[in-house]
Design a protein. Structure first.
Length: 324
């Protein structure tokens, strides 16, 4: 799609949803009243074979699985217990929980933490960088053989955010001087810049195999569920900030505040990345409002040397090389 517009998931599925029939989809961060949960429910209407619903606890996934079972009993769901702040747990989840799944057609990374107080993952990485970005980098590496087995038109969707536009990877100080200079929203923006850079480079690497890779901005729907550390009146605070004028990205370019979207509208851009045939040639792109929005990527994110540096640094962090 070439024109940015907020659309409900049902609109995208009506156009392109037939391609999801019989497919296997993995979604992270699933819980009730979340964008990932909404995505799972929407996708179930397209009759996939299997929806793998990942979260830290089965109680988070259960309400979504029950809704799907009630409305689409032919669609199989499976809970995948995974803690994204622990690389060994991710490895175990894939090895044990997906051993009998030979291929995965679509992987959608939604799970994230936002603006939390300074803390570290079990492996010692700053929490937002570790959970929002590095866990995805590691998980894609583990899942890649299954995604490749699904063949061309399979997809990897990395949920990012408009916060990427004010973020950059602080290569020489990823943990903000051991938390001394830590600012929650700066760290959140850094993690989203890393996500977008990863999707950009991964898309370039997998383009010859016909595997679609996109980073996406779902809009403002995530704020209420994701930003537990932010004040309850944060949306109202944003409305006040808007009155002061547009935001500036890392390059000093003006941009508007992210649009508020429903869960269905936020999930729609994910589905666009998964199956919209009109954007297949743009793999590695950033999507916003169901359209390619590479103009949202500032110079730091676009820089090829930065993308290479991030990739190589990430391989050292997970202590594994990508088979690419």
């Amino acid at each position: 799609m070439s024109v940015k517009q907020n659309l409900r998931s049902e609109v995208i599925l009506e156009k392109y949803g037939k391609s999801l029939a019989g497919k296997t989809v993995l979604i992270t961060g699933v819980s009730d009243q979340s964008i990932a949960g909404e995505l799972a429910i929407q996708l179930s209407n397209a009759d996939p074979k299997l929806l793998i619903l990942s979260a830290r606890a089965e109680s988070k996934v259960a309400p979504i699985a029950e809704k799907i079972k009630a409305s689409k009993p032919n669609v199989e769901t499976r809970f995948l217990n995974m803690e994204l702040g622990d690389l060994s747990n991710i490895h175990q989840a894939v090895n044990e929980g997906l051993a009998d799944v030979p291929k995965i057609d679509h992987v959608v990374f939604v799970a994230a933490v936002m603006a939390c107080p300074f803390s570290r993952t079990k492996d010692g990485f700053e929490m937002q960088f570790g959970v929002n970005y590095l866990a995805n980098f590691f998980l894609v590496k583990l899942l890649l053989p299954k995604i490749q087995a699904a063949g061309p038109t399979s997809s990897i969707i990395v949920t990012s955010s408009a916060a990427m536009r004010q973020g950059q990877v602080h290569f020489d100080d990823l943990d903000f001087s051991d938390g001394k200079t830590y600012e929650p929203l700066v760290a959140y923006s850094q993690s989203n810049a890393a996500r977008t850079m990863f999707a950009k480079r991964l898309g370039e690497n997998l383009k010859s195999q016909g595997i679609r890779v996109f980073s996406i901005d779902p809009g403002g729907i995530c704020l209420h569920r994701l930003a537990k550390a932010l004040p309850p009146d944060f949306p109202e605070m944003m409305e006040e900030w808007k009155k002061a004028g547009p935001l500036l990205d890392v390059d000093g370019k003006e941009f508007d505040f992210p649009t508020w979207t429903t869960r269905s509208e936020g999930a729609a851009t994910m589905i666009t990345g998964m199956i919209d045939p009109t954007i297949a040639d743009y793999t590695g792109a950033f999507l916003s409002q169901n359209a390619v929005a590479n103009d949202h990527m500032h110079a730091h994110v676009r820089d090829e040397q930065n993308c290479t540096r991030l990739w190589e640094m990430s391989e050292k962090m997970i202590q594994e090389k990508y088979p690419l």
